[in-house]
Design a protein around this ligand. Structure first.
Ligand SMILES: Nc1ncnc2c1ncn2[C@@H]1O[C@H](COP(=O)(O)OP(=O)(O)OP(=O)(O)O)[C@@H](O)[C@H]1O
Ligand SMILES: [Mg+2]
Length: 451
């Protein structure tokens, strides 16, 4: 077994001798030095699992040494042994995250007990860091988190296609990370030094959207007091992200198709054709095939924008990604395993965005270092299956909130069980179709993908 390495820092020769003798007897690998300055120097080149230090020493005292180490982000545990215990130094020690604080005179057993615990803990932490590093070495695409097999495949595909100019269609429920992937593709492409411009096709009325896309000439329509470049004009040699492309009107679809076919466009009210070289990434949470069938989306445009499809699975279908995402959003705070279990059990209708918001809120509310179940919104524990322990946490004050969460999750489950067939779902829920719709609207439940 690997022997733990301990650095003993004390200006008293006797203390150094006694300590190193006790520790060596227990099988630890011990090195000694006489003050903080020497210790910092040694620590720059050698790795230790633990430091045991005195406070009062010449040149650099224990506190100054500790603060120098923390500034360098050295996480190594430190046990302080001192004959000059004052309240202030104890408080400072806590602030500097000393592991333990022992007063002289002290018994060997007392020291060994503290050392054993500190070494154990350090081992756990460094193993964790090691695991963490291993995770990092797995395929990561521009800071996107996800170890799930499907997500790993998606990142591989995204990286491969980022070097080409092929049009990409990203599909997935709201909050699954469509825009983030589009971004990552752009910044991995040869276009990365040119613009990435995003536009939400569902947010603007048709004429404004066209002017946003293609620009307009002065006087082209009422209110066009000066000419303006559209994003096609501004993103030359870059990437355009067409978000919610399913919401484009048929007229705008036709205009877009022409640009994609000819590689040139004309601003609203303009006469000149302008050549342009852009890469198109589109995103939608709608089922475009259904829209084609309904005559709402042009099939020819669909094939143009969908040379490569990337389908982002909802978070509930990649539950193994919840913990890494939580840790990413939480850092440097920590989370209790009970709280993590609740997060993993929850269904996340709003996907990664909802998870991110919940963590952000918890981090803001919790002043300590560790997120506990109580820091999470009530609906998470209710939605996680109303574990008996959480039924008891429903109080007079949060009754309404709990009920809402419970009902919302119930409706979502019924929708899922009936393959999102609203007639069937409302029947199963014992509600009229209209009532079911009203509740969906009330709770902000979207009938995903199929509409
Ligand atoms: N794999 C991931 N790693 C880290 N953060 C993520 C990941 N996926 C999503 N996020 C974060 O979740 C939030 C939502 O992501 P994004 O805006 O890309 O979703 P979207 O699919 O475009 O949603 P919408 O359809 O509602 O526009 C963002 O803050 C994003 O940074
Ligand atoms: Mg988006």
């Amino acid at each position: 077994m690997h022997k733990a390495k301990i650095l003993v820092v004390d200006d008293e020769l006797n203390m150094r001798k006694t300590l190193s003798c006790i520790l060596r007897q227990q099988g630890y690998d011990v090195k000694v030095c006489g003050n903080g300055k020497e210790a910092v120097k040694i620590l720059d080149t050698e790795q230790f699992n633990l430091i045991i230090t005195d406070i009062k020493m010449p040149h650099m005292d224990g506190m100054a040494m500790l603060s120098a180490l923390r500034k360098k982000n050295k996480e190594i545990p430190v046990i302080i042994i001192t004959g000059h215990a004052t309240v202030n130094s104890a408080i400072d020690a806590v602030k500097l995250e000393a592991y333990d604080y022992i007063r002289k005179p002290c018994m060997p057993d007392e020291i060994l007990f503290s050392v054993r615990r500190a070494v154990e803990r350090e081992k756990l932490i460094s193993e964790n860091l090691y695991l963490h590093d291993q995770l990092k070495e797995k395929f990561r695409f521009n800071g996107l988190i996800g170890n799930n097999k499907k997500m790993q495949d998606i990142y591989q595909l995204a990286q491969k296609v980022s070097k080409s100019n092929a049009a990409i269609l990203i599909r997935g429920e709201s909050g699954t990370g469509k825009e983030l992937i589009a971004h990552a593709i752009h910044y991995n492409s040869l276009r990365k030094n040119n613009k990435f411009l995003a536009i939400n096709c569902g947010a603007l009325p048709e004429n404004l959207l066209e002017s946003e896309l293609f620009g307009h000439e002065k006087g082209a329509f009422t209110g066009a007091i000066s000419s303006r470049k559209g994003i096609f004009g501004m993103a030359d040699k870059g990437t355009i992200f067409l978000d919610e492309i399913g919401d484009l009107s048929l007229t705008t679809q036709m205009k877009l198709l022409r640009v994609l076919q000819d590689g040139e466009f004309r601003g609203v009210g303009g006469t000149r054709q302008i050549k342009v070289d852009v890469r198109i990434i589109s995103a939608t949470n709608k089922n475009l095939e259904n829209r084609i069938k309904q005559g709402l989306f042009r099939e020819d445009l669909y094939y143009r924008i969908n040379v490569i499809a990337i389908d982002l699975p909802p978070l509930r279908e990649r539950k193994d990604d919840i913990a890494p995402l939580v840790k990413h959003f939480l850092a440097p705070k920590r989370i209790s395993s009970e709280a993590m279990n609740l997060l993993v059990s929850f269904d996340w209708p709003g996907n990664v965005r909802e998870l991110e918001n919940v963590i952000e809120r918890a981090v803001a509310l919790q002043e300590g270092q560790c997120i506990l179940p109580d820091d999470l919104p009530q609906y998470i524990s209710v939605g996680a299956g109303l574990a008996p322990a959480h039924i008891s946490t429903i109080t007079e004050e949060n009754f309404r909130e709990a009920r809402t969460a419970f009902e919302k999750n119930f409706l979502i489950s019924v929708l899922r069980k009936t393959n999102r067939n609203i007639s069937l779902a409302s029947k199963k829920a014992g509600l009229s179709r209209r009532h079911f719709y009203e509740k969906m609207r009330l709770y902000g439940i979207k009938n995903r993908i199929k509409d």
